[in-house]
Design a protein around this ligand. Sequence first.
Ligand code: PMP
Length: 314
Amino acid sequence: MDSYIPDLIWFNGSLVPWEDAKVHVWSELAIRGASVFEGIRAFWNPEEQRYYVLDLESHVRRLNESARLLKFPITTDFHTTLQAINSLLTALDLREHAYIRPTLYIDHGRYGSRAKDTLSGMHIAAFPSPHSDALYRGIRCTVSSWRRSSELNLSPRIKAGGSYMAFRLPFIEARERGFDDAILLNNRDTVSESSGAAVFVVKDSMVATPPLSAGILESITRRRIISLLHDEFFMEVQEREIVRTELYTADEVFLCGTLCEVQPVVGIDGYLPGDGMPGPLTTRCRDYYIEICESGASAPSGWLTPVEKTSSRQ
Ligand code: PMP
């Protein structure tokens, strides 16, 4: 995804060549990172020759919630977003799983400007996004020396472009220490989340994940995994504060998020949950989750939104 540049991007209502989607260097977007965004997955179904978008309604709702919390004078709706995704995926004709990135942003008007003095916009980009190998081999994490922000500054609930600057140093620190990703503690010294995913720990067949009050994004995948564990595996997930040493003594640790899906953590700061192998519950959750995501028309209701069928390639 890092090196791939799509030909087209959806930009304020139409598809335009990638290099023509421009905002000024002196826009609020450029100088203060005034944007909110979502990361969405679309699964290509080769039998049906169409895409299915995962949890689109929840993503549109969270995108609008982020925008409203920051008092942005722009929101979008399910239909517009679906139409935009539909036209973009059809035009790009990727025919493989894709990652879709809608962004609402402020173009003109300083941060305190009233709505009438503000220009805002929306763009949607899409990239090929196969499942990562890390789903099967697992990743190694470190507990960061940096803290996740709290409700007292830029709430973790708001998925703002600028908030992700706060993950830059944790991520670089993790890489410099030889790990794949960072898990951040919050201002109460308990576990919050990784730089792009929710954290789950399993110990003695009990599953726990930090609560929304622990400084986390209200992850859509986290909610899916809690329900999946409840409905399919008959296990209750405790939403409770988790301390650092619980990560080090867990039987299994895994991360979940739209992009990383369900990712086993096979090492944390040199400790090895599950002896350094993806654990049995993690593996079951991962396989179940991926199977539903790829099940097209037979997915349980509410998971997938079909995108109009792509006409056959010329
Ligand atoms: N936390 C952070 C900081 C994230 O960026 C993401 C990815 N959106 C997540 C958690 C997982 O959220 P979701 O399951 O909604 O993708």
